[in-house]
Ligand binder design. Structure first.
Ligand code: GLN
Length: 493
């Protein structure tokens, strides 16, 4: 048997159900392993051992009275942008460094009802703005496959924690790729659900029309199990959808014969790493070998505007959302000021990092009188066209397949001084948020021991199809079985 922290959700669930292990044992194993791993990777901002062990004891009680659900007793790490009552929620920002939310996000309430175990909070780029976790105000997280490289971002802590077996699963958030890109960079499974599928209540807002919470897991089955637990309508979030939640595990079978898969050429961008392109060829052939009808002549020409549209819309929304951090209501407050205005100014000056300030300035500019029509309104119009382009494509295809990112993980520090290069690492994931579609990244190969992911994009609210294709692909390949060598450390060092 694997060591306990190495288990998947479904395997751990089986063992808990058969009472071969207890939730407390599983939680203790994860906490002990996490402590060792953290010295190397720094994926966590906060660990909450006491809360975790208390929740594990509660889970064991539920199990012994016969009440076990798929996530009961399963230890998870939560991206630090999701509010957890009584547990610090910092967004990896100085401005919220001491913020303890008085309430739980809806996803956390749901996980608590399922009696999962919360180990702590995962590091991220400040306010989810970034692609490398280097924008955390506290410390960068390291890629477990190469400690000199980035784990991706902004959910880099969540992806690293799953890759290293610190946690059995994690939650992330995705505004332009922040679940899928780090999933690809760490070789785990990451799903961004359709906009509205999962409640955003209690998710600290970055760009409200793009943000979604989703799972990061060790395999596709676990991904379906977590989605089952967190999806659904929430009266507290007016943008959450009333569509019924299917049992996502039902669609997991290996028969994808006749499924129509489009490969949009526009995602094989200039500047893409040739080895990733070759690796994607192999992955696509695998799908063909499984009987899918693959069409390579798909063109989505508006894709090339998605990055520009995103960098108008996301900062615009962010500039409005981040206005609330004024040092008055909560969070860091500068005391070194002569009057209220100066206090607000200094609170933001010292509380926010450089990238967050850059986004606020971009957004404020794009929304200002005189520029609104030229930038924000124009971007919204192009957004509508991008949505239509995808809609037309989905008349012909069940799913679209692309690389998750154009490259394997880059070096720490490599792109910090060049924001545009950093922004480009999300070219394949951003358009999906613009259109509100669901997409999953699955491990698809390695280049010199560094992983890359394959992205499968679906129709709105058709997470079932992308999970189905992802599952068939996973069963036919071994990529997901590879573990970063450092995760196997069993002695403290
Ligand atoms: N990297 C993108 C950005 O910095 C996306 C971030 C995200 O999805 N939260 O905006």
């Amino acid at each position: 048997m694997s060591e306990l922290h190495q288990l998947t959700i479904s395997h751990a669930h089986q063992l808990l159900k058969e009472k071969k292990i207890s939730a407390v044992e599983l939680t203790e194993a994860c906490l002990a392993h996490l402590a060792k791993m953290e010295r190397k990777v720094q994926a966590c901002v906060t660990t909450c051992e006491d809360v975790a062990l208390e929740q594990a004891r509660e889970a064991d009680k539920a199990i012994s009275s016969g009440k076990i659900q798929p996530l009961t007793g399963i230890p998870a790490l939560i991206k630090d942008v999701i509010c957890t009552r009584g547990i610090k929620t910092t967004c990896s920002s100085k401005i919220l460094a001491n913020f303890v939310p008085p309430y739980d996000a809806t996803v956390i309430e749901k996980l608590k009802r399922a009696k999962t175990v919360i180990l702590g909070k995962a590091n991220m780029d400040e306010f989810a703005m970034g692609s490398s976790t280097e924008n955390s105000a506290f410390f960068p997280t390291k890629n477990p496959w190469d400690l000199n490289r980035v784990p991706g971002g902004s959910s880099g802590g969540s992806a690293t924690a799953v890759a290293t077996d610190e946690a059995i699963y994690a939650l992330g958030s995705d505004t332009g790729g922040s679940i899928r890109q780090p999933a690809g960079f760490c070789s785990v499974v990451g799903l961004k659900p359709t906009y509205g599928r999962v409640s955003r209540y209690g998710l600290v807002a970055f760009a409200s029309s793009l943000d979604q919470i989703g799972p990061l897991t060790k395999n596709v089955t676990d991904c379906a199990l977590v989605l089952n637990a967190i999806a659904g309508h929430d009266p507290q979030d007016s943008t959450s959808a009333p569509n019924p939640v299917p049992d996502y595990t039902r669609s997991l079978n290996t028969d994808i014969k006749g499924m129509r898969i489009g490969i949009p050429k526009d995602y094989f961008v200039e500047g893409m790493q040739p080895e990733v392109r070759d690796g994607m060829e192999v992955a696509i052939k695998k799908l063909q070998g499984l009987g899918a009808e693959v069409d390579r002549e798909v063109s989505l020409p508006l894709t090339r505007y998605a990055l520009a549209v995103y960098y108008i819309i996301a900062p615009s929304e962010a500039s409005a959302n981040l206005a609330r951090y004024d040092g008055v209501k909560y969070g860091f407050s500068s005391q070194d000021a002569g009057n209220m205005w100066e206090a607000m100014e200094k609170t933001k000056q010292f509380g926010f990092g450089a990238e967050v300030k850059r986004r606020i300035m971009l957004g404020t500019y794009a929304l200002s009188a005189g520029y609104y029509d030229a930038y924000y309104l124009k971007a919204q119009k192009v957004r509508t066209l991008i949505i239509k382009e995808f809609k037309d494509a989905f008349e012909k295809y069940d799913a679209l397949v692309t690389p998750t990112s154009p490259t394997v993980p880059f070096k720490l520090g490599e792109k910090v001084d060049d924001p545009v290069q950093m922004y480009l690492s999300d070219v394949c994931t951003l358009p999906i948020n613009i259109a509100g579609l669901p997409a999953i990244s699955v491990p698809a190969g390695f280049v010199n021991d560094l992983p890359f992911g394959m992205q499968i994009i679906g129709k709105p609210f058709d997470e079932e199809t992308i999970l189905h294709i992802a599952f068939a692909y996973e069963q036919a390949t071994d990529w997901h079985k590879n573990k970063p060598p450092i995760s196997k450390i069993s002695q403290p060092s």
